[in-house]
Design a protein around this ligand. Structure first.
Ligand SMILES: Cc1cc2nc3c(=O)[nH]c(=O)nc-3n(C[C@H](O)[C@H](O)[C@H](O)COP(=O)(O)OP(=O)(O)OC[C@H]3O[C@@H](n4cnc5c(N)ncnc54)[C@H](O)[C@@H]3O)c2cc1C
Length: 396
């Protein structure tokens, strides 16, 4: 048995023995919709437990709080997904901030920030988008002006998931107006109880919050919180986006509901809902639709396996880069199929006593649009695939 096989067995056993009791309150569908203090506490305690057990930060160097292994994180994340345990709340820290700091941070930053991030003692958020800089991130206008050993930050970030719980933000700022890309600099910014920082929740179509706008008014940040060189912010941000879009493995993820489980839930729903006096599952059109989704899930699994074999891909980034598009659209199509199966009952939402499955499917459907936009819209992702992978002409 290899050490990887042994670790997989350990993960399975540990997860079976330590699965947390379901909370008495509803958990949102994803970590970026966590709204209440009791949800935060439950999920932080779970992430810390997973970290203490060695399932988070497995491949990170020991001196920064990691496990010091190689190839363990993917196994731990797979097993958490398979066990369908709760997800990791510090998703932005684990998937984006940690790898960015590891790749571009100073030794001092790595020692200060990575361990409490892995254990969810400190939650992170991402301050990239602004009212006029979303797809065109390089148009970021939040300014950082040098003042001796400090920087003074002013500006407005928006759609900032988890900012209401976050201690730290990874932030793209403008330090020069002379160059679009080379005028950007990347910072780590303390945002909890910081003078000049205002975090305001934004309410989504689902009725949930989870993301915010964050305003900065003369916020003072030491130069030691700058990540990489002045004017290198675009390069650092590209590292963050590579991890955010799933093209590279961060410090941990996993948990939540897998695509397989989603399809299994759909079949179960179709057996319980009635259509023309019979179970919806008896309708060949419904069965055909569910079968199509199951085939796509299997396709995703095979693509994932294939992406690990270099010789089977024409371009090293093609399969990882397309994953964000295919997964978000598949989740949306699964939720849409559930609404079709529920029929008129799909108009009953979370909190309605007669809603099938407590209204989770209309909620999932509304939420699914956010995932086709977050981490860069699918249109932009298709442009990247077209231009950088297929070598097509630039869109503009
Ligand atoms: C659920 C959710 C969570 C988020 N969390 C965060 C977060 O934590 N931190 C953060 O910084 N941001 C976050 N975002 C913001 C997200 O990154 C942006 O919404 C996204 O990059 C799109 O930017 P925008 O909203 O400004 O839309 P715009 O850039 O204004 O785009 C509007 C529309 O035009 C299309 N479009 C724009 N340019 C092109 C082009 N060149 N070619 C083709 N189509 C184009 C887009 O695809 C989109 O459909 C989150 C968004 C969502 C939905």
């Amino acid at each position: 048995m290899t050490e990887h096989d042994e670790f997989r067995e350990y993960c399975r056993r540990w997860l079976a023995e330590n699965r947390p009791a379901p909370p008495s309150f509803r958990l949102p569908l994803s970590p970026i919709e966590v709204m209440t203090e009791e949800q935060r506490r439950y999920l932080c305690a779970w992430e810390k437990k997973c970290y203490d057990a060695g399932l988070i930060g497995c491949d990170y160097p020991k001196e920064y709080g990691g496990g010091g292994h190689s190839g363990f994180q993917q196994i731990a994340s797979q097993e958490m997904g398979r066990a369908q345990v709760p997800y990791m709340i510090n998703v932005i820290g684990l998937s984006m901030a940690a790898p960015t700091i590891l790749n571009h941070g100073t030794e001092e930053q790595k020692r200060r920030f990575i361990a409490p991030l892995l254990s969810a003692d400190e939650i992170w958020c991402q301050g990239f988008s602004e009212p006029n800089a979303g797809s065109d991130l390089a148009n970021a206008q939040a300014s950082a002006v040098r003042d001796g050993d400090n920087w003074v930050i002013n500006g407005h970030k928006v759609w900032t998931s988890l900012a209401h719980f976050a201690s730290w933000m990874i932030m793209v700022t403008r330090t020069s107006n002379d160059h679009k890309y080379n005028g950007l600099t990347y910072f780590i910014v303390p945002i909890a109880n910081t003078k000049g920082v205002t975090v305001r929740p934004l309410i989504k179509i689902t009725g949930e919050t989870g993301f915010n706008e964050v305003l900065f008014e003369d916020v003072v940040v030491p130069d030691s919180y700058r990540v990489d060189d002045i004017g290198k912010g675009w390069t650092v941000a590209m590292t963050t986006l590579l991890y955010e879009r799933g093209a590279a493995e961060g410090a941990g993820s996993g948990g939540g509901i897998s695509l397989d489980e989603r399809v299994a839930q759909l079949i179960d729903l179709a057996k319980r809902c009635r259509r023309d006096g019979k179970p919806a599952w008896d309708d060949p059109i419904i069965r055909d639709r569910v079968a199509g989704l199951a085939i796509r899930v299997e396709g995703m699994r095979q693509v994932h396996r294939r992406s690990r074999v270099e010789a089977l891909t024409d371009h090293p980034m093609r399969l990882p880069l397309q994953a964000k598009v295919t997964v978000s659209e598949l989740m949306q199509d699964i939720a849409a199929a559930a609404l079709e199966i529920e029929g008129p009952a799909s108009s009953l939402y979370v909190g309605d006593p007669g809603a099938p499955d407590n209204g989770q499917w209309p909620l999932a459907y509304l939420n699914s649009y956010g995932f086709t936009i977050a981490a860069g819209s699918n249109e932009i992702q298709r442009n990247i695939l077209g231009e950088r992978v297929l070598g097509l002409a630039k869109s503009k």
